[in-house]
Design a protein around this ligand. Structure first.
Ligand code: TYD
Ligand code: MG
Length: 454
């Protein structure tokens, strides 16, 4: 067979017969990698005679047989939630994250409960058997149905898999394994694509659930081609700040469930611990009498989470004011500062402003606009918000407050955690029971909201 050389973009998967310094499709620089494809024997042109055609006929949609997909419980309820109720048999799941965030720990911990229902093969290309054993001991993991292999050659891995016939195969990580018939180094685009393809075919043919670990590069995308994301059934990202112990597991793609759910974990001495009540965890240690902080309620999938947003506004010493944001979008923050200046009259253009979300969470929802604005106003005036106040609401460019979704869930969560006042946009809150001690303050614009808060 003749080999055909193509060039593939690491970022978007764009394929071209020649090399470019800049990808013509996504514009990334120096992202094209050489890829050798085996060329199939040329097929005869035109439509094949009827007898030679493969019998793969279109079917009427109603006549397709579906057997309800069966799932394993992973034993980690936060992980089950993100997977959409457990791992589907024969699915191919990619767990991505920065090195050291806890991917190997999460998968090893998952083995403990899963090995009660299934035979598991954990293949590591990164750690020795001894290292894995030591980690397992620390996590109190041991099971006669859990097998470990330290190997990087994919053919060897699959040969062992065929001997052992596990129900679940874990490959840690896709960047370290290689196919010996390709002449490129492990971690290279060609290797990653081919190895993932082989594993995917194996998963579908033998109905084995495969988890692969993928490292993320510093831009936050999976190292290796985007193609990896197209191939797998689920892409889970494990994220968080390394210095902060909270870790968030998010589904970026899920063929068997929603992509809105998140799982929250905390890294402890004995591995990852689930955080079933993230709001309480995020708020622990929250100061009640300091200026510059406001509690926001954000929706993560179907779950409301309360998080503390802090702002620090100080006079600019010289030159242009500094702005910095952690956990919220920088441009959104700059926009809110401009709105506060123009619509409320806070002189922020001569102040430095810093925004931070406590606990290393990243909040992406428009409903956090109002709490950010309140935190900034509180720091600007050096006056704390009264105790028990929380808020949510989107802020428009004219300073008006816009309605948000899932109001009743947010209010319930605030009541559950003992808050007494909610500052929010004017919108229908439906029929819900609110205790007499809980006050809902609905305001039309940001100036009114600030007026109501202090
Ligand atoms: P690891 O799962 O090896 O990360 P990854 O596979 O994503 O590269 O996790 C590594 C970090 O987790 C390491 O810095 C140590 C920490 N850790 C704990 O704090 N407690 C534990 O019980 C374990 C196993 C790891
Ligand atoms: Mg690891």
């Amino acid at each position: 067979m003749k080999q055909k050389t193509v060039f593939l973009c690491n970022e978007c998967g764009y394929e071209s017969p020649k090399w470019y310094g800049k990808c013509p499709s996504c514009g990334a620089w120096n992202s094209m990698d050489e890829f050798k494809e085996a060329k199939a024997a040329a097929a005869p042109r035109g439509v094949l005679p009827k007898t030679e055609r493969k019998r793969n006929r279109p079917l009427e949609i109603g006549k397709i047989e579906t057997n309800e997909e069966t799932r394993f419980r992973t034993g980690i309820s936060e992980l089950d939630r993100v997977l959409g109720g457990g791992a589907v048999h024969g699915s191919f799941v990619l767990v991505g994250g920065e090195p050291g965030i806890g991917k190997s720990t999460l998968l090893l911990q998952m083995c403990q409960e899963m090995s009660r229902q299934a035979k598991i093969l954990y293949v590591s290309g990164e750690e020795s058997l001894r290292q894995i054993r030591l980690r397992a001991d620390r996590l109190h993991i041991s099971s006669p149905e859990l097998f470990v292999l330290a190997e990087t050659d994919l053919e060897e891995i699959l040969a062992e898999t065929e001997l052992l016939l596990p129900d679940v195969l874990i490959v840690d990580s896709i960047q370290t394994i290689y196919k010996s018939d390709l002449n490129s180094a492990p971690g290279n685009t060609t290797q990653i694509k081919e190895c993932a393809m082989t594993l995917m075919q194996y998963a579908k043919r033998h109905n084995v659930t495969i988890f692969i670990v993928g490292h993320v590069n510093k831009e936050g995308t999976l190292a290796g081609p985007k193609i990896l994301e197209h191939m797998v059934d689920c892409v889970l990202y494990f994220e968080g700040e390394k210095q902060v112990s909270f870790r968030c597991l998010r589904a970026a793609k899920n063929r068997f469930g929603s992509t809105n759910e998140i799982g929250v974990f905390e890294m402890s001495d004995c591995g990852l611990v689930e955080v079933p009540n993230p709001s309480a965890a995020m708020l622990s240690g929250h100061p009640t009498d300091a200026s510059g902080n406001c509690i926001a309620c954000t929706m993560e999938g179907s779950r409301p989470i309360l998080a503390e947003i802090q702002a620090l506004v100080t006079k600019t010493a010289y030159g242009t004011p500094r702005r910095m944001s952690a956990g919220v979008d920088y441009n959104r923050m700059v926009l809110l500062l401009a709105i506060l200046e123009k619509r409320v009259g806070l002189y922020l253009s001569s102040s430095d402003a810093y925004i931070n979300v406590i606990g290393g969470m990243r909040l992406d929802e428009p409903a956090i606009d109002l709490p950010i604005a309140l935190a900034v106003a509180s720091s600007y005036r050096d006056q704390p918000l009264p105790e028990g106040v929380m808020s949510f609401g989107e802020v428009g460019l004219t300073g008006e407050l816009r309605a948000v979704t899932a109001v009743s869930q947010r209010i319930h969560e605030a009541i559950r955690l003992g808050f007494t006042t909610c500052i929010m946009p004017k919108q229908d809150i439906g029929r819900m029971e609110i205790p007499k001690t809980f006050r809902i303050v609905q305001t039309e614009n940001i100036a009114q909201a600030i007026g109501a808060a202090f």
